[in-house]
Design a protein around this ligand. Sequence first.
Ligand SMILES: Nc1nc2c(ncn2[C@@H]2O[C@H](COP(=O)(O)OP(=O)(O)OP(=O)(O)O)[C@@H](O)[C@H]2O)c(=O)[nH]1
Ligand SMILES: [Mg+2]
Length: 209
Amino acid sequence: MNKAEFRNVRLEAACFRPDQLIAEDSSLPEFAIAGRSNVGKSSLINALLGAKLAKTGQTPGKTRSVNFYRVGTPEGEFRLVDLPGYGYAKRSRDERNDWQRLVASYMRGRESLGLVLHLVDFRHGLLANDRELQEWIRALGKNIFVVFTKADKIAHGKWKSLRTEYVRGGMYSHDVPIVTSSEKREGISELREFIVKFMKKGDILTENP
Ligand SMILES: Nc1nc2c(ncn2[C@@H]2O[C@H](COP(=O)(O)OP(=O)(O)OP(=O)(O)O)[C@@H](O)[C@H]2O)c(=O)[nH]1
Ligand SMILES: [Mg+2]
């Protein structure tokens, strides 16, 4: 079996309210998936897990809950956490507040949360609300790794230079961002390997703001 293959994947919990969030477990490192509505969070989870467990769709705001997926690897188990998207303009102020409260309740003080994978549309790079999200996650003391999505919409020959351009434009990212396409399954095994390597290092990085 490929070292970075995932197995025994299952949905553990779908939590709509802070009081429904499941407890952390020090033996289960967590990787959360954050990003604007419609950026491709649930699609990337399905591609990583090799199973259609997360609901995806063209209407922004598809994922409303914090969804915990348990994943097995030869190096042990971990959790992938699908977060609801932000920046969906049609949401009311109340809904936006609910989003913030739910996501903050999850992230705050969550020691098992080693890394937030921040998904960014490769066609646009970081927009103003992506930068706000990065500041907010950093203020919660969490470490960020940028993953570009929907790269199939950009000619392959431009990937390297575009990534360099975005990196030069400034962002928080634990390492050089990975460029992915869930649709064409590109960058997926690279991301799996990154996750397994990060787990192995036991490198649960939490920084104080
Ligand atoms: N071309 C292309 N389309 C993609 C890719 N990934 C996702 N999409 C499309 O983008 C839309 C949104 O995908 P989702 O995975 O539901 O996005 P999300 O970030 O989970 O959205 P919310 O749950 O609403 O926050 C769907 O129509 C997907 O088919 C990709 O790699 N390439
Ligand atoms: Mg989703």
